[in-house]
Design a protein. Structure first.
Length: 209
């Protein structure tokens, strides 16, 4: 089955747009897609957001980490307010596998990507969402190299999410860091099980980037 792995970075924080109820106002700085059919990464900047939206609607399974609760809402911000609910409904109806939700459904709680990826793959995130926001401010101030740094960071997150998905798909287990008990194993079944249930917005969302 062909699949896409998707992540994006934003221009603004929750604080800058008035809280997590306004994710649609954060705007995208960079979006990255791994396309298994083409075996390559695609990088999209804000002026290419419509091409990104079309890519995600290509029919392949879309894999992400909290993309149902966050990334799709950022993309919805590129539609007029009255069209955003319909946009989200269409995207939530795509074949989606949100690994944050899949892990939560088995473990019973949410867990950071870093706390799953590093124990499972021995590799993790190269930075964090807050750093990417600072880089975007530097880019706006004239440091054009910072936009490429955001793209590289986003690409790393997509690669980690892809490899975590493939590991769970093939091995039917992953590992995660438990703050009380250390590294633990978790059985997973990600074959032919798209998930389309978004998380409610909470003040904890940023910790999952």
């Amino acid at each position: 089955m062909d699949f896409l792995v998707f992540d994006l970075e934003t221009q603004r924080s929750a604080l800058e747009v008035g809280g997590w109820d306004h994710i649609e106002e954060m705007r995208m700085s960079v979006g990255v897609v791994w396309d298994s059919a083409k075996a390559r990464f695609f990088t999209y900047y804000e002026d290419q957001v419509e091409a990104l939206i079309q890519h995600l609607q290509s029919g392949a399974l879309v894999v992400g980490y909290n993309h149902l609760g966050f990334d799709y809402k950022v993309l919805a911000g590129y539609r007029p307010p009255e069209e955003r609910p319909g946009f989200l409904t269409r995207f939530e109806a795509l074949p989606n596998l949100d690994l944050l939700l899949a892990i939560r459904d088995v473990l019973g709680r949410k867990i950071k990507l870093e706390d799953v990826a590093r124990p499972t793959l021995q590799v993790g995130k190269s930075a964090d969402g807050l750093q990417a926001l600072e880089w975007f401010k530097d880019y706006l101030a004239g440091d054009e190299a910072k936009l490429q740094m955001i793209a590289d960071y986003c690409k790393q997150d997509v690669a980690v999410t892809r490899d975590l998905y493939l590991h769970g798909l093939e091995q039917q287990r992953i590992q995660y860091l438990d703050k009380d008990f250390g590294i633990r194993k978790l059985a997973v079944d990600w074959s032919n099980k798209p998930l389309a249930r978004a998380l409610p917005e909470t003040s904890e969302q940023l910790s999952f980037f």
